[in-house]
Design a protein around this ligand. Structure first.
Ligand SMILES: Cc1cc2nc3c(=O)[nH]c(=O)nc-3n(C[C@H](O)[C@H](O)[C@H](O)COP(=O)(O)OP(=O)(O)OC[C@H]3O[C@@H](n4cnc5c(N)ncnc54)[C@H](O)[C@@H]3O)c2cc1C
Length: 351
């Protein structure tokens, strides 16, 4: 039997982990990852990279816990990977318990009124980590960087991806892992029925040197956190920026902070630490895809399930990427085996 060809479009943390997991699940599959830029250069590059176990539903918590374990195992096997454990303090509105906020009770311990210690958190340099994952996968996976996909068509028995240079790449299965680039002409019509939207994400930098032992502070009420990025020598303040239906192209072309980005960040941090808020003036901007359910989406986009979407990480794509990859690989395996079964039935009927 000829090996199947699988093309993964998008070499962010999600596309790269799908490639890694698919290579492990199917030793013969010919896997190609295509990105218009270098691996990890999309939302992944700007990520704050915080990982902890949290979820609004049992399934979301289970995905989060599985992903967190995945990173722990990966970093234990490859200790040079850029993941950094950090102590954490959770600040909840009075009367709210960590379990009500979606955390695992076993991970938390009450410190004082409204304050809880949260165990087992880490942050990562997700850009460096993604490139390292790509480097590990390269033994089995072909990477086509600097290669934009401009068309996706279906021909009898195959899918054809057209590149910006005019080349055609054929595949039996295609995974679209485009992060916030939902509106690309090659797939916008396929993706539209998923009802996804793109939201701006901003994280500010606080130019203060973290001291050893400084803790991550989670302001649950504001869906915000302040994390010491010791490896970069400054703090990062992540807050909720409600600007919807943004164009990641426009953000990428002018990746600067707006006045509103800065003012909203200062207002948010100001309610807890007014002395620090005024110091927020630099940072990072990108966008992410969001689903209505606020759960990631792993779904077939065509009738036969040959094209699979994986993403809509709702601003949590680092901490959920391993679970998203697992679901995507399971779906690819299932639709591939179904298609082989279908072929066998057809042959039998012809005989
Ligand atoms: C400021 C910020 C802070 C964040 N903090 C956290 C955090 O603390 N924890 C957390 O879990 N998550 C965080 N996130 C979210 C997380 O970074 C994203 O959910 C995650 O990186 C999404 O990964 P992805 O692989 O889906 O997308 P991306 O990394 O955007 O990858 C998509 C890739 O597709 C490529 N592509 C697009 N169009 C084409 C095309 N036509 N042809 C070929 N390639 C194409 C792009 O070049 C890109 O590399 C943060 C995000 C931001 C912006």
């Amino acid at each position: 039997m000829t090996p199947r060809k699988v093309a993964i479009v998008g070499a962010g943390i999600i596309g790269c982990l799908i490639a890694r997991e698919l290579a492990a699940a199917d030793e013969t599959a010919e896997i190609t990852v295509v990105d218009r830029d270098l691996a990890g250069s999309g939302a992944t590059r700007r990520s704050a990279g915080l990982s902890l176990v949290k979820g609004a539903t049992p399934q979301a918590r289970q995905w989060s816990a599985a992903s967190h374990r995945y990173y722990a195992d990966l970093m234990a096997v490859h200790p040079y990977l850029p993941g950094y454990p950090v102590g954490a303090r959770l600040i909840l509105r009075d009367g709210t318990t960590p379990a009500e906020a979606g955390y695992l009770t076993a991970d938390t311990e009450r410190a004082q009124a409204g304050h809880w210690v949260l165990r087992d958190c880490h942050y990562a340099d997700v850009y460096a980590l993604t490139q390292a994952i790509a480097a590990l996968a390269r033994k089995r996976v072909r990477f086509l960087e600097g290669t934009k996909i401009t068309g996706l068509t279906s021909a009898p028995g195959t899918l054809v991806l057209r590149t910006g240079a005019g080349d055609d790449l054929t595949a039996d299965q295609v995974v679209l892992a485009p992060g916030p680039w939902l509106d690309e002409p090659a797939w916008r019509d396929l993706v539209r029925p998923l009802g996804l939207r793109v939201k701006k994400i901003v994280a500010m930098h606080l130019e203060r040197q973290p001291a050893p032992g400084d803790e991550l502070l989670i302001l649950e009420e504001h869906d915000a956190f302040l994390v010491p990025l010791a490896h970069r020598g400054h703090w990062l303040f992540s807050y909720t920026r409600l600007e919807w239906d943004v164009d990641p192209e426009a953000i990428a072309a002018a990746p600067g902070l707006s006045r509103e980005d800065i003012d909203q960040a200062r207002a948010c941090l100001g309610s807890h630490a007014p002395d620090l808020a005024g110091e927020l003036s630099s940072g990072r901007v990108c966008a992410d895809a969001y689903s209505r359910s606020r759960q990631p989406v792993i779904a077939p986009l065509d009738h036969e399930g040959r094209i699979v979407f994986a993403g809509a990480a709702n601003g949590s794509g680092y901490r959920l990427a391993p679970a998203i990859a697992r679901q995507a690989v399971d779906l690819l395996q299932q639709t591939w085996h179904d298609s082989l079964g279908q072929g066998a039935t057809d042959d039998h009927q012809q005989v």
